[in-house]
Design a protein. Sequence first.
Length: 410
Amino acid sequence: MSTYPEKVTLEEGLGLLLPWGNPVGTECVPVDETDGRVLARDIISKENIPPFRRSPYDGYALRAADTADASRETPVQLTVTEEVPAGSTATRAIGEGEAVKILTGAPVPEGADAIVKFEDTSFTEDTVTVFAPSKEGSNIVPVGEDVKEGELVVEKGRLISPALVGLLAGLGYENVKVHRKITAALLSTGDELIAIGENLSPGKIRNSSIYAIHAYLEQWNVNTRVLGIEKDNAQRIADRMLEGLADSDMLITTGGVSVGDYDMVKEALTRIGADILFWKVRMKPGMAFIAAVYQGKPILALSGNPSAAAVSLFMLGRPLIRRMSGMKDYQTKELKVKMADAFPKKSPSRRMIPGTLEILNGEAWIVFAKKQGNGMLNPMRDCEILGEIEAGSPPLRKGSIIKAYRFFDR
Ligand code: AMP
Ligand code: MG
């Protein structure tokens, strides 16, 4: 008989589970497929962006020194030697008393050290008149303003955002080394479950949770292998577990993790020879939960109750998945929020209450989901954050400050 801790705190559970979430291997993918993927190498720029001194406006490039005495009363007139649109370069450096007509995005000619916008000048075909002194460097975008050559642009382990996709393209990366997507096998257990296409008969319910879990995993860039529904039978569940684990990085099951006669998942885990890391977490919803490992692959056995399954998946599964996906910042981010509603009961247990984050007068508030309860999916519908009611809390008034966990960060 192997032994394992029971009724661990969330933090103890994470401490036991997360070390099993080893980052998966890497692959090279085209840059336009990298949004939401995790970078697998440091990106050190071999180039400057922009690669040349650039004009941010349509105007005239000139020598600031030539304009030192310019004013409304004593304007300075310069000779325009040529025009430089974006994509071209000046044919020669400018000299004293000279200016070049320059357009947005064009390189600043040699000799010039300031740009004056069109609207601040008066001009003819070959002269420009300025009415105020220019400061050296004014309106010139320096080389490497966005990215400097040799700079560490982004470290490995970062989730790639749309702007980072653009930056990588700007740096010339046609292909990018990222972590491959992890694959999770999904198994629903329960004698009462039917597939959505089947007709309801007495005592049966549709398998809804797994669709929600599937959709969360898609959002987290996880590939899934849906194993379907299995009856509350330890050997059959064990067989399906092995089938799922054979070609996946992890397994997620629902149902059968409490103490009832039909709760067969723990027995199935024992039969396949998985190591159980812990059973039950001291939070509500989400008390019923088993974490296990089989040949180095994590197994999350979630409650059949839809909200409980979602809360366990958010609090324990998501950081594990982020770590396996190669992310350095895999931990759930916390914030302090004010409660927009009271929590009118004493709470002997630690509770996670789904809600939305609202910003009012610069303060963060949590608006609790209208419906609460383990057995429902509705409470999770608009969940952006989980507000924490600490174990042993008295009734809490509206406006009380509590800790919350956020799930919409990148
Ligand atoms: P269990 O975790 O097996 O004790 O199930 C707890 C509750 O969740 C029971 O009311 C089940 O009928 C329900 N349930 C179990 N699996 C699912 C599922 N996949 N979708 C919706 N409800 C479920
Ligand atoms: Mg059950």
